[in-house]
Design a protein around this ligand. Structure first.
Ligand SMILES: [Fe+2]
Length: 389
């Protein structure tokens, strides 16, 4: 059972320590099954065909990446009816194909909540990933991962939904001693040193960010989705990104820096140029409250998107009747409330009618909008699209 105990054990024994395969897990995350993945893939493929783009999609034939005009027709369609139906269409044409999709998250609706609850169980034990989490999908009858033995820079939880998936994983210590393994397709000599996982629907495989890995098959069909946890961003980088909007607001813009005449003949700089003195006073004028609010906004943003890089767009009550969407909120130093959903933030007045609205939504109650003006709701639409009748 994937519950608090499971994640405690996972955090203590495996997270960023070693690879593992859990057999026959019991978790609501298994609701993201073959049918669900097929539905999401068709939805995203329809979007690709409509926009004539392939953002986040890759299609390989015998290990070679294919290009846009050839691929759109090869993506799943509703008339394939299932992942297996899609595979049969592809298998007639290709004895070795691989479809990769990194943007399925864009078309999630009720699965977003499932995914959120699943990763939050993990985050409660190990913390949120410093960079972000990402959802991926691999599908096909390919003999080997098209890009060979690789390391993604992220820890991966992989969940098969169709067929049997075999993974070979090596830890970074071994790969450092045997660098020939890196990005190779010829790894036969190192197979005996790998951990080998054979996973099927209901199982869960994990490997830490530093591990090298490859998936292989005997040419049978499998489909696996995964969550990658990127941990390679230093917090100094994150803090500097979070502070950027405040700095842009505070520091006056100038395109050249007047030199002044404070550089002595012998090279000694006696005084800073006026502009730099001004920046200094502008920075020194940033208050504790402003700094605090930067962190409030940062935290609201990442927690409301479950730390995913690219959460699905906010559809709120408009298109997702009956789907509870949790709204996160916090008080800002200026007295307003900052509300957040799926990484989108808005400021609203700290008024009891707003508090009641947010609380009603979070309790899954019917929302009464009669006390709101249309102009007020406009602000809220970005967080939680609602219909005022
Ligand atoms: Fe990978």
């Amino acid at each position: 059972m994937v519950d608090k105990k499971f994640w405690e054990l996972f955090a203590a024994k495996y997270w960023e320590k070693k690879s593992v395969c859990f057999k026959g897990i019991k978790s609501s995350i298994l609701k993201i099954d073959s049918d669900c993945i097929f539905k999401l893939l068709v939805r995203y493929s329809d979007h690709c065909r409509k926009t004539k783009t392939l953002v986040g999609m890759k299609f390989y034939i015998e290990g070679h990446l294919q290009y846009l005009e050839d691929v759109l027709e090869l993506l799943p369609k509703a008339k394939d009816k299932s992942l297996m139906g899609y595979h049969l269409r592809m298998d007639e044409m290709f004895s070795d194909y691989c479809l990769v999709c990194d943007e399925l998250i864009q078309v999630l609706d009720k699965e977003w909540k499932l995914l959120g609850e699943f990763v939050m169980g993990l985050y409660r034990e190990v913390g949120l990933p410093s960079k972000f989490a990402e959802m991926g999908l691999y599908l096909g009858n390919y003999r080997r991962t098209p890009f060979g033995v690789h390391s993604d820079g992220c820890g991966v939880i992989s969940i098969p939904v169709e067929g049997v998936k075999e993974f070979l994983v090596w830890n970074s210590k071994f790969v450092e001693k045997n660098p020939k393994l890196k990005r190779t397709h010829r790894y036969k000599a190192y197979k005996k040193d790998a951990q080998r996982w054979v996973a099927k629907p209901g199982d869960l495989v994990y490997w830490p960010a530093s591990y090298w890995h490859i998936a292989e098959s005997m040419g049978s069909f499998s489909a696996t989705w995964s969550i990658g946890f990127w941990l390679d961003e230093p917090f100094s980088e994150i803090v500097s990104k979070a502070f950027k909007p405040l700095l842009v607001k505070k520091i006056s813009d100038c395109r050249t820096l007047p030199m002044g005449d404070f550089i002595r003949q012998d090279g000694l700089i006696q005084k800073l140029p006026e502009a730099l003195e001004l920046f200094y006073s502008q920075l020194a004028g940033i208050s504790h409250k402003e700094i605090h609010d930067v962190f409030v906004r940062y935290w609201l943003e990442i927690i409301s998107k479950n730390s995913f890089r690219n959460p699905p767009p906010n559809l709120g009550a408009k298109k997702q009747a009956g789907v509870e969407e949790r709204i996160f909120w916090a008080k800002l130093s200026n007295g307003n409330l900052c509300v957040a959903a799926k990484g989108v933030l808005q400021e609203v007045p700290n008024h009891s009618k707003w508090v009641k609205l947010i609380q009603s939504i979070n309790e899954g109650k019917l929302v009464n909008l009669q006390f709101f003006k249309r102009s007020e709701l406009k602000i809220f639409q970005k967080i939680y699209p609602t219909n005022k009748k």
